[in-house]
Design a binder for this molecule. Structure first.
Ligand code: NAD
Length: 377
């Protein structure tokens, strides 16, 4: 019987767990021996007892469990020093930040680990149920709105009362991928008036279908990559975009930026000059802050207040702000991935190396970096 081991996160910023009890039960039903490190789900309010009740073994000797595991699950990239403890040939599933972690990829290969990078799971219909970037971005979009609502001195919905009428708050969402769409939907549900912008023209319809208004800026040819990601704008297009965004930012009570470029630093969209035109008390939540930020002056892990009273929120790990649903979604992504490649007769993970999903996200195997994009790393 093969063993799956979910490791407790060591990074103090990480709140999420790679496995929740309900999904541990499903993994056991697949024929896996399920082990979790003690304390795994504590920050998501999932004590060890719940994992035991679900049939998992709770272990305290992390190194011994790593040496036994055929499949290792964790949220964040592993510490390189831990890799020699892993069983050669073990399947390792986690976010890996592969564009910035070339050295780590070599270490994973050296340890003869088969490392899957969650970031590289293709954004296809078939892979949707395993797509951790989406499942986590969705919750980040929700958290951004809730966080902004909590910091505002205003309320979101319109209220008509005998004492007078309160007008709805105005939200402006820049970047309408998975996080942006959820931010729009959440702000609308809470009664705000929402405007949004994205460089991918296909987004306009999606924005309208959520009852929000699409801000039009003529940038010429923008398009998107085959995977559906945004292309980088030219400096001239960026300048035009900033001019187009300035008015919408100045009118907004809350601006949420989610604009990212896959594998590259995020574009700087909201400049210091644009911030000076915003009202005292308005809020900016920068969801791209971990990849460089969309907002000039945003600081990772900090809330900055500008001279004119604009609060810029650069929350770290906003995906994990609501740790329990984020862990639930992530654990399901892991389960769906394993289940998709599970050989139930042999009771093991089947490496179908010609499969589009596996080809997309398996970075190392048999001592080599095998992924085309990182081979030359
Ligand atoms: P992302 O996190 O990479 O970027 C967020 C958004 O920022 C994107 O919509 C992007 O177009 C936008 N952006 C980039 N530069 C910008 C700029 N200068 N100004 C304004 N906006 C800018 O995106 P994501 O949420 O990971 O989604 C990426 C793509 O994948 C989308 O097309 C999405 O629909 C697609 N997707 C497909 C599936 C699927 O089919 N299974 C699942 C998830 C996502």
């Amino acid at each position: 019987m093969k063993t799956v081991f979910a490791v407790r996160e060591t990074d103090p910023r990480e709140t999420r767990a790679a496995l929740i009890p309900e999904v541990a039960k499903k993994m056991a039903a697949l024929g896996l021996n399920v082990q979790v490190e003690s304390g795994l789900g504590l920050r998501a309010d999932l004590p060890d007892e719940l994992y035991r009740e679900a049939g998992a073994t709770v272990v305290t000797d992390r190194t011994a469990a790593l040496a036994e595991a055929d499949i290792v699950l964790r949220v964040r990239k592993p510490d390189a020093a831990e890799l020699p403890s892993l069983k050669p040939g073990a399947l390792h599933l986690s976010f890996l930040d592969p564009f910035n972690e070339k050295e780590l990829l070599h270490k994973l290969a050296e340890a003869k680990v088969s490392a899957v990078s969650l970031e590289m799971i293709p954004r296809t219909t078939l892979a949707q149920k395993m797509d951790a970037l989406s499942s986590q971005a969705n919750l980040a979009g929700y958290a951004a709105v809730v966080m902004a609502a909590d910091r505002m001195s205003k309320i979101l919905p319109m209220m008509m009362t005998p004492a007078g009428t309160l007008s709805p708050a105005r939200f402006f969402i820049i970047g309408v991928g998975v996080a942006g769409l959820q931010a729009i939907a959440t702000a609308k549900r809470l009664g705000a008036r929402v405007d949004a912008f994205d460089t991918r023209p296909v987004v306009e319809e999606q924005v309208k279908s959520l009852g929000a208004k699409f801000v039009k800026v003529d940038l010429g040819d923008t398009g998107q990559t085959a995977q559906g990601y945004a292309k980088e704008l030219t400096p001239e297009q960026m300048e035009k975009q900033r001019q187009g965004m300035a008015k919408a930012c100045a009118q907004a009570d809350v601006v949420i930026t989610t604009a990212k470029l896959f594998g590259r630093p995020a574009p700087k969209i909201v400049t210091a000059d644009m911030l000076t035109q915003m009202r005292h008390g308005s809020i900016l939540v920068d969801l791209a802050v971990e990849s460089g930020g969309n907002v000039e002056g945003a600081k990772l892990g900090e809330e900055v207040i500008t001279e004119n009273g604009v609060r810029i929120i650069g929350h770290e790990n906003i995906e994990g702000y609501f740790a329990q649903p984020a862990s639930q979604m992530l654990a399901s992504n892991f389960y769906n991935f394993i289940e998709h490649f599970w050989d139930s007769e042999k009771g093991e993970f089947e490496y179908r190396l010609d499969d589009e999903i596996l080809k997309g996200c398996l970075l190392t195997r048999d001592g080599q970096i095998i992924h085309e994009r990182f081979k030359s790393a």
